[in-house]
Write a protein that binds this ligand. Structure first.
Ligand code: 4NP
Length: 158
């Protein structure tokens, strides 16, 4: 089983959006029994909450389910459990390294999966209010990330 964890600050805007979009593509490819997907936040303010209304509305607009997603905080065990840990922006990646207390080789910035972009990270709609901008980046990155995971782990598309 391949496992992937998306991480942002609050786990209510960007990482649950990435979790939902990535799962949507995984199901489209019939790989839901091969890939385990989750998201978490480095902060603890929203534990147990569903995604932000703006994230839910954007997902709904694109026909993507956000069912069953609730915020949780990153824990040390995540570094052993997940093979792919994706920080939505550079500060998330820095915080992940602090929590892990070492530079973990399987922590990647989400933006790494959008080659040629001028963005340094996925903008936080909690502050920008622009859920479309965030969705557009999440959608592009998730597609490329899934292709990379399929290739690296020798999975086959539908
Ligand atoms: P997220 O956005 O990291 O994309 O979930 C945020 C959500 C909540 C807060 C900050 C960022 N907050 O400060 O409560």
């Amino acid at each position: 089983m391949v496992s992937i964890l998306f991480v942002c600050l609050g786990n209510i805007c960007r990482s649950p959006m990435a979790e939902a979009v990535f799962r949507h593509y995984v199901i489209e490819e019939g790989l839901e029994h091969e890939i385990h997907i989750d998201s978490a936040g480095t902060g603890d303010w929203h534990i147990g909450e569903p995604p932000h209304q703006g994230t839910m509305l954007k997902l709904k607009e694109y026909g993507i389910s956000s069912q069953g997603i609730h915020a949780r905080q990153v824990k040390k065990g995540d570094f052993d459990q997940f093979q792919w840990i994706i920080g939505m922006d550079t500060s998330n990646v820095e915080n992940l390294h602090k929590i892990a207390q070492t530079t973990h080789s399987h922590v990647y910035p989400f933006i790494h999966f959008i080659p040629g972009t001028t963005y340094e990270g996925v903008p936080d709609p909690w502050y920008t209010g622009n859920f479309q901008e965030t969705y557009d980046l999440v959608q592009q990155g998730c597609k490329n990330l899934l292709d990379e995971i399929i290739a690296k782990h020798g999975l086959s598309k539908k």
